[in-house]
Design a protein around this ligand. Structure first.
Ligand SMILES: *Cc1c(COP(=O)(O)O)cnc(C)c1O
Length: 437
């Protein structure tokens, strides 16, 4: 890799970009109609809140690589930790073996979750898989307890839990395009979040009717992210916990987006003062450097699997689970949360996002402006051409990636005031330029 780079440097800039044309025809991009999508940006480097493109341009990053790079790119502390681990042992299978980085990380995750009783950590390599593991834990919990009929999951409209089939089945049917996969997906119970009296009684009715078939309720606490950056208040989570207790259901918090400070507290469950039975973490877990995820269960769940009967074991084991490089990155990321004032930075970003985005309300196409923690959202009546809108941001020197009908910012917590102002200026300018609806 480094040899190629220096060879290419000697040949000059032109040779540098041949990989783009040669490889692009063999690549299948995510969430993209390949026929219509704009050509993807060729990125050669990243640092802090900057993305460096092959043609020499630099973009200010508004998304932190799908919310992962909370300390900015290439943080020297994480890089050093990964380099040390790379020299020692990049990976070792986790079947029958453990290593220091994984066990240290498990203990630290349990500690920073606070007094929740969530204390058994199962590692995997992506958020979707962490959700699959949570669902399997919940369903098998009831099998192991002698109640095998409890296998359905209650989930919420507007929710997103990943792209694998189990996770898709508990995500919003529209966003996940369930229609295309009918027959593949298990039919789960998708209801509205209990945010008011009408939705609360509808939710209650579903539980009353199906309780004996239900294993668990799964929710993204405080913010439904990829489903539309919709916020709800802590009361909703207390309603869910109370209902789960009343009907003896398990409660799963998917904190893959909300975890590690994004909403303003380290974890959404802490802001809400509500403790689930299982929590899933990923995205910012490694500070945006390596793929890693965790499913963390409480003692009650773990005890249902603790048995002399081998059939009661949790039968799951991703090949790259607890990858040592990923765990080293995650430990280094936790160091940074301990040493550096991340939550203060999030509070400051929150103020600046409010100041910078509130003025968008005066534009006719804007339906709503909302900010929670380091998440700023401008919701439009609709977006006709996402491709075109995305290109306008790039032309303004920022990377912002609208979806659905929203334009949003989720910057790194280390972003400077000046960089953040460039992002909010760009959002205001692009929204102002929209043709009237
Ligand atoms: C991103 C996300 C997932 C899926 O994570 P992947 O690593 O993309 O598989 C699941 N749940 C939530 C809340 C997410 O934001």
């Amino acid at each position: 890799m480094s040899r190629n780079t220096s060879e290419n440097k000697q040949k000059g800039q032109a040779a540098d970009s041949s990989w783009y044309e040669k490889g692009l025809r063999h690549i299948w991009l995510p969430y993209a109609q390949m026929k219509l999508a704009s050509p993807p940006l060729a990125v050669t480097a990243s640092r802090g809140s900057h993305i460096v493109l092959a043609d020499g341009r630099e973009l200010i990053d508004g998304i932190a690589s799908w919310w992962t790079a909370c300390h900015g790119y290439n943080h020297p502390h994480i890089r050093a930790a990964v380099e040390r681990q790379l020299a020692q042992m990049p990976h070792i299978m986790f079947g029958g073996m453990v290593h220091e980085q994984a066990l240290t990380l498990a203990k630290r995750l349990v500690e920073i979750l606070g007094r929740t009783g969530l204390d058994r950590v199962f590692f995997s390599e992506s958020g979707s898989v962490a959700v699959e593991v949570a669902l399997k834990m919940a369903v098998q919990y009831w099998v192991n307890r002698g109640r095998p009929g409890r296998s359905r999951i209650v989930a919420f409209a507007g929710g997103y839990h990943g792209d694998t089939t189990g996770a898709m089945a508990v995500s919003d049917p529209q966003e996940s395009m369930h229609a295309a996969f009918r027959g593949l997906l298990p039919q789960q119970l998708i209801v509205d979040l209990p945010v008011d009296e009408a939705s609360a009684s509808a939710f209650e009715a579903v539980l009353a009717r199906h309780a004996s078939d239900i294993a668990a309720i799964i929710v993204e606490p405080l913010v439904q992210g990829a489903g539309g950056m919709r916020f709800h208040d802590t009361e909703v989570l207390r309603t869910l916990r109370a209902a789960a207790d009343r009907y003896q259901l398990l409660l799963i918090f998917d904190e893959i987006f909300t975890g590690f400070g994004r909403t303003g507290s380290l974890f959404a469950l802490q802001a809400a003062g509500v403790v689930p039975d299982i929590v899933t973490l990923s995205k910012a877990l490694t500070g945006g450097t390596l793929p890693l995820a965790a499913t963390i269960a409480n003692q009650k769940i773990f005890e249902a699997f603790w048995s002399d009967d081998p059939a009661k074991a949790l039968m799951h084991g991703p090949t790259y689970m607890a990858n040592a490089l990923g765990c080293a990155a995650a430990n280094a990321s936790l160091d940074l949360f301990e040493r550096e004032p991340r939550l203060d930075q999030v509070a400051r970003i929150s103020r600046l996002l409010k100041e910078g985005l509130e003025p968008c309300r005066k534009f006719s196409r804007v339906k709503n402006v909302r900010v929670m923690g380091a998440i700023g959202v401008v919701e439009l009546d609709r977006i006709e051409n996402l491709n075109e809108l995305r290109q306008r941001f790039i032309a303004k020197g920022v990377f912002v990636r609208p979806f659905g009908s929203i334009v949003y910012l989720t910057p790194a917590f280390t972003i400077t005031e000046e960089e953040l102002a460039k992002l909010t200026d760009a959002v205001r300018a692009v929204v102002a330029e929209l043709p009237p609806g």
